[in-house]
Design a protein around this ligand. Sequence first.
Ligand SMILES: Nc1ncnc2c1ncn2[C@@H]1O[C@H](COP(=O)(O)OP(=O)(O)OP(=O)(O)O)[C@@H](O)[C@H]1O
Length: 669
Amino acid sequence: MSKMQEFARLETVASMRRAVWDGNECQPGKVADVVLRSWTRCRAEGVVPNARQEFDPIPRTALDETVEAKRALILAAEPVVDALMEQMNDAPRMIILNDERGVVLLNQGNDTLLEDARRRAVRVGVCWDEHARGTNAMGTALAERRPVAIHGAEHYLESNTIFTCTAAPIYDPFGEFTGILDISGYAGDMGPVPIPFVQMAVQFIENQLFRQTFADCILLHFHVRPDFVGTMREGIAVLSREGTIVSMNRAGLKIAGLNLEAVADHRFDSVFDLNFGAFLDHVRQSAFGLVRVSLYGGVQVYARVEPGLRVPPRPAAHARPPRPAPRPLDSLDTGDAAVRLAIDRARRAIGRNLSILIQGETGAGKEVFAKHLHAESPRSKGPFVAVNCAAIPEGLIESELFGYEEGAFTGGRRKGNIGKVAQAHGGTLFLDEIGDMAPGLQTRLLRVLQDRAVMPLGGREPMPVDIALVCATHRNLRSLIAQGQFREDLYYRLNGLAISLPPLRQRSDLAALVNHILFQCCGGEPHYSVSPEVMTLFKRHAWPGNLRQLHNVLDAALAMLDDGHVIEPHHLPEDFVMEVDSGLRPIEEDGSTAAHRARQPASGSGPAKKLQDLALDAIEQAIEQNEGNISVAARQLGVSRTTIYRKLRQLSPTGCHRPAHWSQSRIGT
Ligand SMILES: Nc1ncnc2c1ncn2[C@@H]1O[C@H](COP(=O)(O)OP(=O)(O)OP(=O)(O)O)[C@@H](O)[C@H]1O
């Protein structure tokens, strides 16, 4: 909406409001329903539209008592208010915290605005419910018990029409309405702060209240996305030590599909599809503390228990010297030397303000590595913001990264966006596929890195940002520089420390990785494994999709298991089997540099035939490893000697992988 249209709309709103003042009906559709309802309430309650704002705070002793009673809310809100203030960077905004009656408990913000607001009775101790102050975001959010934005002429009292305000109710961990958070500014300058923004801040306050209220309980943080655990959007369940659910925050209720009343009847294992003791055991064993677990109903979530504290320790059989607590990156160390080297190098950079460039093929685990690095850094409490530079259309990436002010685009009313760089303030910005960034953007990014400040599109003031930068690419940036596609100066900025992650086919820890992923996939219980045949196939596959592909293959195979716990070749997905079938690496290959062998025509006519071939390959490999000793090979494969003989009869006499030392005489031992 253009300025003119906005002006015309506000004029209409003002004339509608005057109609309501005069006791006439307002035309439906001209004003938001929530505003009209509020005006109607104000008129019914006899609120005087042109009344002077009275400075009538509640008496001093009553205020002291209120502040005391609301100590927990104020404590929970203070860090959020501070963070918001920092973000606003002296923009003409103010943040107000009210109690459940609408009494102002805190009011901070831009000095000029605060002064104007004080003159209109926005002060600590003054009540801002609708009865006292007419339609206003705080009072209307209180009356409606939902987030509202009240802009300019939508205010019922004339003297408040200079403001634009957005407010949302705050609930305590028991579901009781406990206060309101409001962000206001001048209506002439800008539109209301978007409701989701205020809701996010409220969510943060509510999560904070949870932590304070249930300091002696077990707090379980969970979300369907692992990267959302620890953020404002996470679900939090409060559990007694016996596994009874005491409470759950709003995000948690939504994820679990419960309401607060119903939660009181639940135990951990009636919400999650896992025994509580087993879950705690699993948390103890998990290096990073993040465990995948199913909700009843099948939704998979990632969960962790509040760091360090509230998992009741197992009574020790005998005292052991305490082991150093595992660190997040440790959980990526499954035994491969190149990965260990990458972890060591990355650790040296932590906290040193060095930009890190992670190189590796697609799916090699670059983003997972970056997340663990962030979790181990002093910034772990800050956000981890990932941007895939190749996935966002070129026309959008600039605004996505650097943000835009409201009205920066034609059409005017499009809401502002702070952008990913500013979102990462205090935390880590992860730029994936940096080699795909357009040259113009590279220049802007370089400026941000040099100035440590970001200027949103349409903005006037640069916004200082404090970020750790981790970039990733599967491309060779040096050759992109040589081709003139990547700025050399940016390359040096990004490459404070280069880390290389090996492709899966070069890793020496495949078996450990498989077990690790199976453990992750199943919440550690019961224990799943792959059969020796499958492991042999895995070892001989080139894994073009690297860890991502391995993860997907195991996930799909687990879904095919019935009662057993061992993944056999016939559990593997058909497309994977075909891929293996057409691209097996030669047995003598050392795995160091090989890409995929040229695809060969499939040897079988259908999946069943291909599976048979796979089994033969596995047998062949086992026999080779055991120097032709069929008994040992059979034991290793977990099949009978007869099975091996039967399968061997199917082996083509020209079996391409038949090793030279496979003497006929040994067959039959
Ligand atoms: N250390 C690990 N252990 C187990 N699984 C992993 C590990 N690292 C990555 N994965 C699996 O591989 C998937 C892809 O990882 P990630 O997104 O980090 O790769 P990437 O190198 O960033 O890929 P791309 O280049 O395509 O963006 C993850 O979602 C996860 O399933």
